[in-house]
Design a protein. Structure first.
Length: 364
């Protein structure tokens, strides 16, 4: 009887925890109906276009856990606090050329045509549902906080993983958000967090929304997965094509390498700038994140004039040294003669005007 009571108590506790707001909500109603009619929805979940196992054949999940938590991985964290540039969050762009400020990992602010677009903001200390679990942000990367962001014309969320969609950040900025663009299904989380339905624009792949005469977003395929609880792939993961009055940008989110980059390049390219992930890869999960050399290849497939590598410089979510991704991208881009922009944290780049390419991380 005592054992039964313990089991019941533990089960009740688990149910309470997993239903906390931070975990969001699964799609239902019109969202679920739309998801179920996606051409890549099968067996109760959204699928990638190419087979995408979470790990290579013959490698168990426990092998990965052992390697991640119990093996030595040197230089995962910078030895000193990273230097940054005080971000000019409220400065008005000098012309119609897009300006971008990177805050580390995959969070950045785009200013264009007198509009402000905040992408995948994560300003908590850990990309996790709880502050006491997970890899802490690198020293020096807390130079900006969510409360500083006002007048957000568009919040763009590529997918619902914790390192791209942070509950505490969104709670802080939601009074200052005018519109949200995201992947289908993600709106269920946002509505649970108190954001009105009419602010949310959810897109399936190759769907477009125009928020003004010169601001158009198109969701395009990526090779990844989603989930904030135990059930994966109930919401979509996307990259986004952003078209403005004078430029076209590719906002990559998370994706493993595949033929979709070449197809997107043919359909929507060329791009003035591609912002692509280059970190948190490993041979244990080769299909859901790109290796740095694949990042360069993807940018070429997209017909990008300039590549800005992100998904590094703030959190250690893999086993590689913290600066290995950017070192490998620089080497590969040089070999392929691809123009690279490598801003410091907080630094403003100006497309066609100021594209810094110093190896600032080697100074750390």
């Amino acid at each position: 009887m005592i054992i039964l009571c313990i089991i019941i108590a533990i089960t009740a506790l688990v149910l309470i925890v997993v239903n906390l707001p931070v975990f969001g909500s699964l799609p239902s109603g019109f969202r679920l109906n739309k998801i179920r009619h996606l051409p890549n929805y099968r067996n109760g979940a959204i699928q990638n276009f190419s087979p995408t196992p979470m790990q290579p054949e013959g490698v168990s999940f426990f092998t990965i856990l052992k390697a991640f938590f119990f093996e030595n991985h040197p230089n995962k964290i910078p030895k000193t606090a990273l230097k940054f540039v005080e971000p000019a969050l409220d400065a008005v762009p000098e012309n119609s050329s897009p300006e971008i400020i990177w805050f580390g990992h995959s969070s950045y602010l785009i200013k264009v045509d007198n509009l402000r677009i905040l992408v995948d903001p994560v300003f908590s200390k850990v990309p996790s549902p709880f502050s006491f679990i997970g890899s802490k942000a690198f020293p020096g990367t807390d130079f900006v906080n969510a409360a500083q962001f006002k007048n957000i014309d568009v919040l763009l969320i590529t997918h619902d993983h914790y390192d791209h969609m942070d509950y505490q950040t969104i709670l802080s900025i939601k009074p200052h958000i005018k519109k949200i663009v995201t992947s289908i299904g993600v709106g269920a989380h946002l509505e649970r967090w108190g954001i009105p339905k009419d602010q949310i624009n959810e897109l399936c792949w190759n769907e477009t929304v125009s928020l003004s005469e010169h601001l158009k977003f198109t969701a395009v395929p990526a090779r990844h997965f989603t989930g904030r609880k135990f059930k994966r792939n109930q919401t979509l993961w996307s990259a986004f094509v952003l078209e403005t009055s004078q430029s076209r940008l590719f906002l990559g989110g998370d994706s493993g390498y595949d033929t979709h980059f070449l197809e997107i390049g043919k359909a929507y390219g060329p791009f003035d700038l591609a912002i692509l992930e280059c970190g948190q890869y490993d041979a244990y999960w080769p299909y859901i994140h790109m290796f740095p050399e694949e990042t360069v290849k993807a940018a070429i497939d997209l017909k990008a004039k300039v590549l800005m590598p992100v998904h590094w410089g703030k959190f250690s979510l893999s086993m590689h040294p913290w600066n290995e991704p950017i070192n490998r991208v620089v080497k590969a881009a040089k070999e392929k003669e691809l123009h690279l922009v490598t801003p410091r944290l907080g630094e403003t780049i100006r497309l066609d005007h100021y594209l810094p390419d110093t190896n600032w991380w080697q100074e750390e």
